[in-house]
Design a protein around this ligand. Structure first.
Ligand code: URA
Length: 490
C-alpha cells in the first residue's frame, strides 16, 4: 500500500471498525436523502445524478473503510468527476479517504490512467528525436526549468513542457515566464506541437484539454488539505506529464524545509511511486532527490529569477543552481541518447553554454512564444520594483539555516506569489539572498535585499526573513545538493 505511514499514524488500528462508521441499517435512509438532493441537479447524459450520487457515496465509503476499489469503480469515479456527475464535495471526501487509506500500486496505476485519459493525450511520435521533459515537485527559488529547457534543447533534446503556476510559498514556472514582456503560455496544442518540432522546446500551461481531471482536482485539493498525499501528488504529476506525449521524464523531487517532502524517506517513496507509474506506462523515468533546505540560487521572485536563469546560460550562475540544472539536464541527454555517459553529458552541456548556443535557444523560445527576446542581453527590459529595503544580520557568525518556506512566504507577502489561485502576482517584486548557508556575516551586514512595490508589506516580509535565518558562531557541516538518483539504468 502507498500511504501506509499515514494509515498507521492517523487511522484506527487494523481489524477495528472505523471510529466514525455508520451502522448498515442507516443506508437506506441515506439513499433517500441523496435522492432528494438530486431533484435540484440537472441530469447529465443518460445517467441520473441521484443514482450517481448514491454510487459515488458507496465508493467513498469503500475507500474510507480501507477496501480496494476495482478498475471499473476508479474509472467511473474519475470520469464522473470530470463530467460533473460526481460533485466536488464527493471528490473532496474521496481524496480525504485516499489521504488516510492510501491506494495500492494497481489502484494508483488505474487512478492515474483515468486522469490521463480524462482529456487529450498528445502523440508527438511524428516529430523526430526523443521527447524528454523535466518536472520538479516544487520549491523556493526553483528556476531550473527556465535554464534547463533551452540548454537541453540546444543539445538536441526535444522538450515538450507543460508547467504550473506558483501556489503558497512555492513559485511556478508559468509566472516566471510571464514576467517576460509578451511571453504567451496559453498556446493551443497545435502551436505547442509546432514549436516542439521547429524550435525543439515549448513551455505552456495546462490546457483545458490536457488532463482536465487533474486541473479540477488540484484546485479542489488545495482547499481541502489533501495536497500533501503521495498517491494524489503522484497521479497528478504523472497524468499531466504523460499527456504531453513524452518518451522519457526526469523528475526533480525536492526534499527539505521548502518542499512538500520534508525528509528523504518520504521523498524516496514519492520518487519510487512516480517512476513506477511512468514505467508501467512504458516511459523511462529518472528521479533525482535534491536539497530544498534553502532556496535554490540567490533570487526568489519572478523577474528576478528570470535574470538568474539567464546568468546560468551566460556561464555565470550561482553554483547550486548550476549544479542542479546540469545534473537534471545531463539525465535528459542520457535518456535522449545524446550522451553515452555522465562525463560526456557534462562536457556537452558545458560546450553548449560556452558557445552561446544555450542562450540563443532561450532567446528563440522567448521570441517564438511572443516574448521580448532582448531581455537575455538587457535585464532592464524586465519589470523592475520601485523600492529597495534590506534585512541586516543581527550578529556576527555563519548562516547555518535558511527556512525556505518562510522565505517563500515572505516573497508571497510582497506579491511575488499567490495565496489563492485567483490572486494577482507582481512580477517585479522579490528577494535577493546576499548570504546563503555556510557563508559568514558581520552584524549589520545585509542578509537579504527586498525589492518591493507596496511599502505596506515590507515590515511583515522583513520579520519573516529575519526569523528564517539562523546564525551560529561556526559554519555548519556541508550538506549534499543531490542526495540520490532513482530510476532508469544508465
Ligand atoms: N505538483 C503537481 O502537479 N501536483 C501535485 O499534486 C503536487 C505538485
Amino acid at each position: 500500500m502507498i500511504g501506509t505511514d499515514r494509515k498507521a499514524s492517523r487511522c484506527a488500528p487494523a481489524g477495528q471498525p472505523p471510529v466514525l462508521g455508520r451502522p448498515p441499517a442507516q443506508n437506506s435512509d441515506m439513499r433517500f436523502i441523496y435522492q432528494k438532493v438530486t431533484l435540484e441537479v440537472p441530469e447529465v447524459g443518460s445517467c441520473c445524478y441521484g443514482l450517481s450520487a448514491v454510487r459515488a457515496s458507496e465508493l467513498i465509503k469503500a475507500k474510507r473503510d480501507g477496501k480496494s476499489l476495482s478498475p471499473e469503480q476508479i474509472e467511473e469515479f474519475i470520469n464522473g468527476y470530470t463530467r460533473g456527475t460526481v460533485a466536488d464535495y464527493q471528490m473532496a471526501a474521496m481524496c480525504m479517504a485516499v489521504y488516510f487509506r492510501g491506494l495500492s500500486a494497481s489502484e494508483l496505476a488505474i487512478w492515474t490512467r483515468a486522469m490521463l485519459h480524462s482529456g487529450e493525450v498528445l502523440d508527438l511520435s511524428d516529430i523526430p528525436g526523443v521527447k524528454v521533459d523535466k518536472h520538479s515537485t516544487g520549491g523556493v527559488g526553483d528556476k531550473v526549468s527556465l535554464c534547463l529547457t533551452p540548454l537541453a534543447a540546444a543539445c538536441g533534446v526535444r522538450v515538450p513542457m507543460v508547467s504550473g503556476r506558483g501556489l503558497g510559498h512555492t513559485g511556478g514556472t508559468l509566472d516566471k515566464l510571464e514576467s517576460i514582456p509578451g511571453f504567451q503560455v496559453n498556446l493551443s496544442t497545435g502551436e505547442f506541437r509546432r514549436l516542439v518540432r521547429d524550435v525543439g522546446a515549448c513551455l505552456i500551461g495546462q490546457t483545458d484539454s490536457l488532463a482536465p481531471a487533474d486541473k479540477k482536482l488540484y484546485a479542489l485539493r488545495d482547499v481541502t488539505s489533501t495536497v500533501d498525499c503521495i498517491p494524489l501528488i503522484a497521479s497528478s504529476i504523472m497524468s499531466k506529464k504523460l499527456a504531453e506525449g513524452i518518451d522519457a521524464l526526469v523528475l526533480d523531487v525536492k526534499v527539505g524545509s521548502g518542499a512538500f517532502m520534508k525528509d528523504i524517506a518520504s521523498a524516496r517513496t514519492l520518487a519510487r511511486t512516480l517512476t513506477e507509474i511512468g514505467n508501467q506506462m512504458g516511459k523511462r523515468v529518472v528521479a533525482l532527490l535534491t536539497n530544498m533546505d534553502q532556496p535554490l540560487g540567490r533570487t526568489v521572485g519572478n523577474a528576478l529569477e528570470v535574470v538568474e536563469a539567464v546568468e546560468v546560460l551566460q556561464g555565470r550562475g550561482p553554483a547550486d543552481l548550476v549544479e542542479v540544472t546540469y545534473a537534471l539536464a545531463g539525465e535528459m541527454l542520457l535518456l535522449a541518447g545524446i550522451a553515452a555517459n555522465p562525463p560526456q553529458a557534462r562536457e556537452k552541456l558545458n560546450a553548449t553554454v560556452r558557445s552561446g548556443a544555450a542562450l540563443e535557444k532561450l532567446e528563440e523560445i522567448i521570441r517564438r512564444q511572443g516574448g521580448d527576446g532582448a531581455i537575455v542581453r538587457d535585464f532592464t527590459r524586465l519589470p523592475q520594483a520601485r523600492g529597495r529595503a534590506e534585512v541586516a544580520a543581527p550578529c556576527d557568525g555563519f548562516v547555518s539555516e535558511i527556512d525556505s518556506e518562510s522565505i517563500g512566504v515572505a516573497a508571497m507577502v510582497l506579491g511575488a506569489g499567490r495565496e489563492r489561485m485567483e490572486s494577482q502576482i507582481d512580477p517585479a517584486v522579490g528577494l535577493v539572498l546576499r548570504r546563503k548557508v555556510g557563508e559568514g556575516v558581520k552584524a549589520g551586514e545585509p542578509l537579504v535585499d527586498i525589492h518591493y512595490n507596496d511599502g505596506r508589506s515590507v515590515e511583515d516580509a522583513q520579520d519573516r526573513i529575519l526569523h528564517a535565518y539562523r546564525i551560529e558562531p561556526s559554519p555548519p557541516a556541508p550538506r549534499p545538493l543531490i542526495y540520490e538518483r532513482l530510476g532508469a539504468n544508465r
